[in-house]
Design a protein around this ligand. Structure first.
Ligand code: ATP
Ligand code: MG
Length: 180
């Protein structure tokens, strides 16, 4: 499983439709301060169902909608589509390519789609739940968070790594089974 592409429309500083394509392996996004690098990462967290405005570096959820600039009026909605290569069937769905879309309007309502079909947030969460890319997983390490990982106590650091590797859920299941 790997990310294939990300399309942003009206999301934060990306007023016009912008598509980023990713190849397998490592992708680096480079640019000057304030050019929108972190906004790209925010878009990935958002489309995967992030519900916290703070995690998206905003005050309220609607802050992800393009707020306008001197030469361009604000927009009424934000939309992000993430396309994932699923040829290894890591996601439990019968498609080799999976597109997840989230759309939000100024009044604050969100819509979700999986491969163009309207679904609930719960369906997106369920699709991702065993893949290791669900929300609250340490798959996105934010600016400054690296320090926290480096300075953590060894057992906490081990927890971060186990969670990212998908081991933690198995250990928790084992501990639960042993308690019975
Ligand atoms: P750095 O190198 O400093 O980390 P960066 O490339 O990560 O910078 P971002 O934080 O992604 O930069 O982008 C910040 C820019 O996005 C700011 O100019 C900010 O005004 C703009 N921005 C954020 N939200 C919106 C919005 N809703 N509408 C328009 N522009 C926005
Ligand atoms: Mg940044």
């Amino acid at each position: 499983m790997h990310l294939k592409s990300l399309t942003l429309r009206g999301f934060k500083s990306f007023a016009s439709a912008t598509t980023l394509r990713f190849e397998p392996g490592v992708t680096a996004v480079v640019g000057p301060n304030g050019s929108g690098k972190s906004n790209v990462v925010d878009a990935i967290a958002w489309v995967l169902g992030e519900q916290g405005a703070k995690a998206l570096r905003g005050g309220k959820m609607q802050d992800v909608i393009f707020a306008g600039t001197a030469g361009r009026p604000p927009l009424g909605r934000a939309e992000v589509t993430l396309t994932i290569d699923n040829t290894d069937s890591a996601l439990p769905i019968d498609y080799t390519e999976v597109s997840i879309t989230r759309r939000m309007f100024r009044e604050g309502t969100s819509e979700y789609e999986i491969n163009g079909e309207q679904v609930r947030l719960l369906d997106v969460q369920e699709l991702l739940s065993d893949s290791g890319i669900g929300r609250e997983m340490h798959v996105i390490v934010g600016q400054g968070q690296l320090d926290a990982v480096l300075q953590a106590r060894p057992e906490d650091r081990r927890g971060f790594i186990e969670e990212a590797a998908g081991v933690l859920k198995h250990r928790k299941r084992k501990e639960k089974a042993l308690r019975k």
